[in-house]
Design a binder for this molecule. Structure first.
Ligand code: ATP
Length: 356
């Protein structure tokens, strides 16, 4: 429903010209929870502001349901924005803050009262309706800001790192709450975050951005399981990068030879036709085995306990390291200790040959 086509944004001119967005194309579908994910400065906020109308792109088009958005001023676009700072009026009550936008739109009093009641129920703030927003907690302010943005029933809600100010526990609760709100209202959410876990847990689809460009678009599962390139594999989750030689490629599978000389099948959806390249493999897809077994052999350098799981760092050769992760099941005992020679194994088909 939102078509972003070949959008670029340049700041400055001449030598100091800087491309905050570089030829970005993406379609955001109706009713989806769509996330822009990437490191600081990659252009996420700029793209969100292009949709909102606060930034004019240098090139490209943005349409919603076929209608050109770029000709409309921000307040005429069928979108609403929730900013990182919430921007609530501290001396107004919860009820007054939520009603504010509706009053500006000139809605009838009875309709405003009804919508505000609905919104307060939705974000579970009814009990605090008459408290000033300067006197409620950060998480509660967050929910009021959301209710205020949802009240005019925009087709699209743009959210710019809305949870970043919250502490860990509250952020986790709000992630679930936001997802619930999105599902209940059916409003399209475009969500900006640099937190990969947040993106994976909440989104229907994710666009991973780097240096003004979109590197990959896909479901959380696709992005995590089939990263298209090294940047994506590195930014999302933990990944081992192993040097390999690619042999026969059949369909989307390739036979790769590891540094040990042993071969294994790996996914090669996006190329890797022969020659030396890199195999990306998640730590949880590998396991430690006795040294004479498995695909690789090395020295166990480090054992790091994380509560739910333990990470084992294995030095394979001079420049090759692999991290293996094992869940700590009740009663499980460590089989290996630092300094041991160990084997590392992983099943066929779980590694991903990367585009170089
Ligand atoms: P963060 O997560 O840190 O907010 P971001 O991915 O949202 O980062 P943007 O705010 O979109 O990044 O900025 C992208 C790049 O454009 C940054 O390098 C930033 O310095 C630059 N930039 C943003 N606004 C301007 C401006 N008005 N003038 C010049 N450069 C700008």
């Amino acid at each position: 429903m939102i078509e972003i086509d070949k959008v670029s944004k340049a700041y400055g001119a001449g030598k100091s010209r800087f491309m905050a967005l570089n030829d970005v194309s993406v379609t955001i579908r109706k009713n989806e929870f769509f996330t822009l994910l990437g490191p600081s400065g990659c252009g996420k906020t700029t793209l969100l502001r292009v949709i909102a109308g606060f930034v004019d792109p240098t090139e490209g088009s943005v349409t919603m349901d076929g209608q050109d958005l770029l000709v409309l001023p921000p307040h005429r676009r069928p979108v609403n924005t929730v900013f990182q700072s919430y921007a609530l009026f501290p001396h107004l009550t919860v009820r007054q803050n939520i009603a504010f936008g509706l009053e500006m739109l000139g809605k009838p009093k009875a309709e405003i009262a009804q919508t505000v009641d609905e919104m307060m129920a939705l974000v579970q703030m009814t009990a605090m309706a008459d408290r000033q927003t300067g006197q409620i907690s950060g998480g509660q302010q967050q929910r009021v800001a959301l209710a205020r943005a949802l009240a005019p029933k925009p087709k699209v809600l743009l959210l710019d790192e809305p949870l970043s100010a919250l502490d860990f526990k509250l952020r986790k609760d709000m992630q679930i709450e936001l997802k619930r709100l999105q599902t209940e209202t059916g409003i399209t959410f475009v969500f900006v975050t640099h937190d990969q876990e947040e993106a994976l847990t909440m989104s229907d689809r994710i666009a991973v951005m780097s240096a003004g460009s979109i590197r990959q678009i896909g479901s959380p599962h696709d992005i995590y399981e089939q990263p298209a390139e090294r940047f994506v594999a590195d930014f999302i989750g933990d990944t081992n990068f192993l040097p390999v030689q690619v042999g026969t490629v059949q369909g989307d599978m390739a036979e790769v030879t590891l540094s040990s000389g042993k071969t294994v099948a790996a996914r090669a959806v996006l190329g890797g036709q022969g020659g030396g390249t890199t195999l990306a493999i998640r730590p949880e897809h590998t396991r430690l085995v006795p040294p004479d077994q498995g695909l690789l052999q090395g020295r166990l350098e480090n054992v790091v306990y994380f509560g739910t799981d333990t990470h084992y760092h294995v030095a394979i050769g001079k420049d090759e390291t692999i991290v293996t992760r094992a869940q700590n099941l009740p009663g499980s005992v460590a089989q290996f200790k630092t300094g041991d020679t160990v084997g590392v194994d992983f099943p066929a088909g779980v590694g991903q040959v990367l585009k170089d």
